[in-house]
Design a protein around this ligand. Structure first.
Ligand code: ATP
Length: 233
């Protein structure tokens, strides 16, 4: 579904992503883990065309590295950015409606809003509340719910656990688990490597702007070097 070759991101003189190759098959769930500053967020943003980058990115065989970023949503691509990026002054419901802006099938949009509310009942209770006044975890749910409103086939999630209490992290990851059970392909960037690997099929370890190790998630969870470096053992 996603094929990345030779991805490079430079910030001035700094090379943050150094020739990353990455494949994600349809329906697969892949975690990108690594230390702070390893280049995970830059990789995700470059794939989503939110950063200038070198290299090739193909979505279902179609080159997208020159596609205007807003056209990616129509191609089934949704990114939930680090920091969530909800529309703080809009209500929860309006945020969800914004997620469907590329669609004009009103009845189906209504049905999808109900589906998101079913997955995220907290949002239904707060449908009329301004998103900026929600807790961090609730805002993360809005960001995920908004992404689902475009009916993505490929979901890119950047650090969904960031800044959340342990209970909220569990809630948010339960939601992500349910979403991917429906067959959505996932590329997840996450500081909490144990959580990410417990959810995903495969993990890629990033270090110094490169992917240094790719393996099934269960293997990485058992790998002594990974355990020592990323799983706090
Ligand atoms: P974290 O887990 O801390 O978010 P990360 O693995 O996602 O880290 P990136 O945010 O991609 O890493 O950053 C990779 C490198 O690029 C870091 O050294 C960072 O300082 C640098 N960097 C990121 N954004 C910028 C920017 N806008 N300008 C300059 N350097 C940047």
């Amino acid at each position: 579904m996603l094929e990345v070759r030779g991805l490079e991101v430079h910030y001035g003189g700094i090379c943050a992503v150094r020739g990353v190759d990455l494949d994600v098959a349809a329906g697969e769930k892949v975690a990108l883990i690594g230390a702070n500053g390893a280049g995970k967020t830059s990789t995700l943003k470059a794939i989503a065309r939110m950063l200038p980058a070198r290299g090739s990115v193909k979505l279902e065989g179609e080159a997208i590295e020159h596609a205007p970023p807003h056209t990616l949503v129509r191609k089934g691509f949704a990114l939930v950015p680090e920091g969530r990026g909800v529309f703080a002054r809009l209500s929860v419901l309006e945020n969800l409606e914004m997620g469907a802006y590329v669609r004009d099938d009103k009845a189906a949009i209504e049905a999808d809003i109900e589906r998101v509310f079913g997955l995220l009942p907290r949002l239904k209770e707060r449908a009329g509340q301004t998103a900026g006044t929600l807790s961090g975890g609730e805002q993360q749910m809005v960001a995920i719910g908004r992404a689902l409103m475009s009916r993505p086939r490929l979901l890119l999630l950047d650090e969904p656990s960031m800044g959340l209490s342990p209970i909220m992290v569990d809630t948010v990851f339960d939601v992500i688990r349910q979403v991917v059970q429906d067959g959505v392909t996932l590329l997840l960037v996450e500081q909490n490597a144990r959580l990410a690997l417990s959810l995903c099929d495969r993990g890629c370890v990033m270090d110094g702007g490169e992917i240094t190790l790719t393996a099934p998630a269960t293997e990485l969870l058992d790998n002594p070097a990974v355990r020592a470096a990323y799983l706090g053992e």
